[in-house]
Design a binder for this molecule. Sequence first.
Ligand code: BDR
Ligand code: CA
Length: 328
Amino acid sequence: MPIRVIIDTDPGVDDALALLLGLLSPELQVEAITTVCGNVSVDMATRNVFRVLSLLAEKPWPPVARGADRPLKNELKTAAAVHGEDGLGNLERYQLPDSSPRYPDPEILPAPQGAIPLLFNLLDRFPGEISLIALGPLTNLAQAILRDPGRMQQVGEIILMGGAIGVPGNVTPVAEFNIYTDPEAAQIVFRSGLPLTVVPLDVTRQVRLTRKAILEEIQPLGTRIGQFIVDSTAYSLELFERIEEIPAITLHDPLAVGVAVDPSLLNLKPLFVDVEIQGEMTRGMTVADLRPIAADLKAKPNARVARTVDGKRFLNLFRERLCPESSS
Ligand code: BDR
Ligand code: CA
């Protein structure tokens, strides 16, 4: 029986690839997709989900519901510099030989109810069965917890991509983007007592799809999804080419979906983690208690945190699902 999942997302290039991984994996039944502001505005995020869905032949699509349009306290600072103005590497620049757009505007049909009512509805229908995979700032989840903590107890598991436990951040020296964008929301989620599996930068930075693999192995497949990978990653790769030795896309969000597909990809350690919301230089930092002291002297673990990843096996899974002919 596939695992029922709801994917909460702010696409984002890596979110788009994560959605494809979820939708193309028979181990998962994507019951709904909810959107949140983060990499882009929530309207753009919703549109981008439909753009991803339009790549897939299969309908019916899961319901897609629009969520929070701003963090709980912060002003929204999007990540256009990394993901492009449209969040998907500026896809409007690509044309077909007859000059029509390669990515025409998708049909946008959001569910009439918002993200939280849809989430509650599914929790009522499938109590204890839903894995909630959070790929963006945690605003929707925090609002759901504030609105109805009892209902949220029906979540089977929350898998979230976020945080930097024993490594530097990617927005500030200590903070990772999803947590930094809405630290108050993240703190509510980490303090909620709900079952959390955390996929932080420590492991996501180890799963990278190189430009060489994209151009030499994925593009020649000539598939629609292969071409989407080429086109949507080109903008970020140009950026990373200037700052990295080997240009590559880091598959942050796909790894969080990968864990739902195959939990054995990660080594998980129970840890106590909280989120700094005050610090002048440390706002948005995920603070984990890694002290080598007896467990009873520390706060009880509130999360299972990924400490290591079998990167090669994950990349094989990713390639096998999104680019079938190229699996190795
Ligand atoms: C996270 O930040 C976003 O830009 C990515 O989509 C990912 O969810 C990585 O820090
Ligand atoms: Ca994301």
